[in-house]
Design a protein around this ligand. Structure first.
Ligand SMILES: Nc1ncnc2c1ncn2[C@@H]1O[C@H](COP(=O)(O)OP(=O)(O)OP(=O)(O)O)[C@@H](O)[C@H]1O
Length: 272
């Protein structure tokens, strides 16, 4: 695990801070879509935040802005106290704090699992022996030990997603950004992956922001749930989920868990 070196700026500031964010897209027809507006959010170091909301409310846009993949039309993004954008340029030292995993595992089919996981290290020029050693440690962390030399096609969907999470963790990021990482998996595998993700997060101590459409997934994983409303995407409600960790299958059956699920469902239904 990386040493807990905290600069003065990051000790006193949130891990991620979004202020006055607005995002407009140009459409092909020459019009404009206001995808997000008035987004102000501070995320603490080590927090698990889940973004949820109706289709098209701007969840992916918000995550891509945090990842530095989109420069917001207006507003600011700070990562560990440092602005992500300076003028027109992205601060790549801030981007190094980030690991990203999407719905599709996006592993390269012509690379073995260990090579896929170690790819970010290769791009950094880390020597082969060192990066394969790291890949092996990560396969153990995410629960696919023994599959290092396999090809992606030889793994199940859940295992491929574990490999994608391992790859996102390969550079030891402080922040993990995930867009529907288990959206393509069957319900049982998905439940298992949620338990696993919680375990990985608790071991790594990183900050996680995850987008999902699943209310129960949101309540199971989150310290805080950010509910976005659509057209344009705004912050509707922030819901604290105070249940102790680690949560397990039983947690989801408790009345207080179910009460948050019901409340969220009601709020989402009212938006449609
Ligand atoms: N590149 C783009 N160009 C134009 N419009 C876009 C672009 N990307 C997203 N949009 C629009 O911005 C809005 C927000 O999209 P976004 O994908 O962020 O929503 P979302 O909440 O993640 O949706 P979903 O839950 O369906 O994945 C939508 O109206 C979408 O059509």
């Amino acid at each position: 695990m990386r040493p807990a070196m905290v600069s003065e700026a990051s000790a006193s500031s949130p891990e991620i801070r979004l202020s006055g964010l607005e995002q407009r897209y140009r459409t092909e027809a020459g019009g404009e879509v206001l995808a997000l507006t008035g987004i102000d959010l501070s995320i603490r170091r080590g927090e698990f935040v889940v973004l949820i909301g109706p289709s098209g409310c701007g969840k992916t846009t918000m995550l891509r802005i945090m990842a530095g993949l989109i420069r917001p039309t207006s507003g600011t993004v700070e990562i560990a106290g440092r602005p992500l954008w300076k003028g027109g340029a992205r601060d790549d030292s801030a981007v190094q704090e980030l690991g990203v995993a999407f719905q599709e595992a996006n592993l390269f089919p012509w690379m073995r699992i260990e090579e896929n996981i170690a790819l970010p290290l290769k791009l950094r020029g880390v020597p082969k022996a060192k990066r394969l050693e790291r890949a092996r440690a990560l396969t153990e962390l995410v629960g696919i030990k023994g599959f290092e030399r396999r090809w992606p096609r030889e793994l199940s969907g859940g295992m491929r997603q574990r490999a994608a999470i391992a790859r996102a963790l390969s550079l030891d990021p402080h922040i993990l950004l995930m867009d529907e990482p288990f959206g393509a998996l069957d319900a049982m595998t998905r439940d298992r992956m949620n338990v696993e993700l919680q375990r990985i997060w608790m071991m790594q101590g990183c900050t996680v922001v995850l987008v999902t459409h699943s209310i129960s997934e949101a309540v199971f994983l989150a310290d805080r749930i950010v509910l976005l409303s659509p057209r344009p995407g705004r912050m509707d409600t922030i819901i604290d989920v105070p249940f102790p960790r680690p949560r397990d299958g039983d947690s989801a059956t408790r009345p207080e868990f179910q009460a948050i699920v019901r409340d969220l469902r009601k709020r989402l239904d009212a938006m449609s």
